[in-house]
Design a protein around this ligand. Structure first.
Ligand SMILES: [Zn+2]
Length: 84
């Protein structure tokens, strides 16, 4: 496999991966695209709530808190269980 081309993550333009011809801002096609991607990441980071409220902790609760849990279900009558 000799994949000699990549795509600029920002503008999806084909970017050469060959050392002699690839842009200085590889894998971006240009410095402008590199900065655009950087700012995009920064904006996404700023939009994420860094300190969630103590009441909201979905991973800290008991695993059988929802109706989709795999535990013993009242709807299971054992019709295909052990048999006899
Ligand atoms: Zn680009």
């Amino acid at each position: 496999m000799s994949l000699r081309r990549a795509c600029c993550p920002t503008c999806k333009k084909p970017v050469s991966t060959i050392a002699e011809t690839r842009p200085r801002d590889f894998p971006f096609c240009s410095e402008r695209c590199r900065l655009a991607d950087l700012y995009k990441w920064l904006n996404e980071e700023y939009s994420i709530p860094v300190a969630p409220s103590p009441d909201y902790s979905p991973s800290a609760g008991p695993p059988s808190a929802g109706p989709l849990s795999d535990g013993p279900s009242p709807y299971n009558n054992g019709d295909d269980g052990e048999g006899s």
